[in-house]
Write a protein that binds this ligand. Structure first.
Ligand SMILES: NC(=O)c1ccc[n+]([C@@H]2O[C@H](COP(=O)([O-])OP(=O)(O)OC[C@H]3O[C@@H](n4cnc5c(N)ncnc54)[C@H](O)[C@@H]3O)[C@@H](O)[C@H]2O)c1
Ligand SMILES: [Zn+2]
Ligand SMILES: [Zn+2]
Length: 344
């Protein structure tokens, strides 16, 4: 039994190294990883060495979307046993601050989140992790689906923040991984008209196959006009921005219906011109999303129940040994790679 990890040693460079197999502490499990999803944030760290104030300043392990099998448990662990298959929620929070105590633990200032400096990620064979952040997968969910629970939770949180209800209409701006998981979440929540806009035709066709009712190619037509034409001139109940571009952000106040809700998920420029008069005349709300909270059990039930087919978002699969190739592909071929996963 050996343990190897891929380290980011400099920009665009990954190196495989042997590391010790950790011994789980009393409240931890030892996890044998089986799948790790590559997230846009991992790619961004590898290409640029930073996201906002989080800076990679040493050899660093990427990866935060993961699932595998428990191979050992600490003395105090009662909820899991050897052989259980689990998905890990990657943010360990303090449980003590006012945000944790209010249930909004995603806002905990003391969070230790995998692959967010200074905390290493999970691109390794064996990892010790707090048992209370490991969620058992039922028999009818694969560990590949387990690794995709993490991005799915972002989509579920976006739909929750937008208060998406049965019969609602939704516009989703951007059809990358996050736009697509948001589409799956909105469908599961009962939205009956989902319009997806992107500038890449392939991604739009992907969205169509995954259940979008209408698609708009934003490089060929005016998104606001198209949404109005599709909604009898009133806009959609909810608009969810997942592209992270100034253009899409500025479209939200025109696309939302009167009294509707805008949800901001994409992370773009810090300061952007925005038409607040349009928004105020409609008395529309703006909500934001920071990761997710309390959603792993729901996400697992939705996948287990067949309500959400999460593996549909996977476009590329690589072996652990091919990790550098997987990242290279994700960097060079952004159009085609919607979600790549690493298989151990
Ligand atoms: N708030 C959070 O907690 C959270 C969590 C995860 C990701 N994110 C953010 O969500 C965003 C999306 O992530 P992703 O992994 O899906 O990225 P992605 O780059 O794969 O997807 C973005 C999509 O937006 C499309 N797009 C660009 N300009 C457009 C335009 N003018 N009109 C329509 N579509 C346009 C792109 O073609 C692309 O398909 C990123 O900004 C990411 O940082 C936020
Ligand atoms: Zn992610
Ligand atoms: Zn806290």
């Amino acid at each position: 039994m050996k343990n190897y990890a891929f380290y980011m040693t400099e920009l665009n460079s990954l190196e495989k190294r042997e590391i010790p197999i950790p011994v789980p502490e009393d409240d931890e499990i030892l996890l044998k990883l089986e799948y790790v999803g590559i997230c846009g944030s991992d790619v961004h760290y590898l290409e640029t060495g930073r996201i906002g104030d989080f800076i990679v300043d040493r050899d660093f392990i990427l990866g935060h979307e993961c699932a595998g099998t428990v191979t050992d448990v600490g003395a105090n662990v009662k909820n899991l046993k050897r052989g259980d298959r689990v998905a890990l929620e990657p943010g360990c929070t303090c449980g003590q601050c006012k945000f944790c105590k209010s249930g909004k633990y995603n806002l905990c200032p003391n969070v230790k989140f995998l692959a967010t400096p200074p905390y290493d990620g999970c691109l390794m064979n064996y990892m010790a992790f707090p048992a209370n952040m490991a969620f058992k997968l039922p028999d009818n969910i694969t560990t590949k689906e387990g690794a995709l629970i993490e991005p799915l939770c972002v989509g579920l949180h976006a739909a929750t923040q937008g208060n998406v209800r049965p019969g609602n209409s939704v516009t989703i701006l951007g059809a990358g991984c996050i736009g697509l998981v948001t589409l799956l979440a909105c469908k599961a929540f009962g939205a009956t008209q989902i319009i997806v806009a992107d500038v890449i035709e392939k991604r739009l066709n992907f969205a169509k196959r995954m259940g979008a009712h209408a698609i708009i190619n934003a490089s060929q037509s005016d998104v606001i006009e198209q949404v109005m034409a599709l909604t009898g001139g009133i806009g959609t109940d909810i608009v969810i921005e997942t592209a992270g571009s100034d253009i899409t952000l500025s479209q939200t106040s025109s696309i939302v219906t009167r009294g509707g809700r805008i949800v901001l998920v994409g992370m773009g420029s810090d300061i952007v011109p925005y038409n607040f008069s349009t928004l105020m005349a409609k008395e529309a709300d703006i909500k934001t999303v920071f990761r997710y909270r309390n959603l792993y059990p729901t996400a697992i039930r939705l996948v287990a129940g067949g309500n959400i087919k999460i593996s549909d978002i996977v476009t590329h699969e690589f072996d652990f040994e091919e990790t550098p190739k997987a990242f290279l592909e994700a960097i060079r071929n952004k159009r085609d790679v919607v979600k790549a996963v690493i298989r151990f």
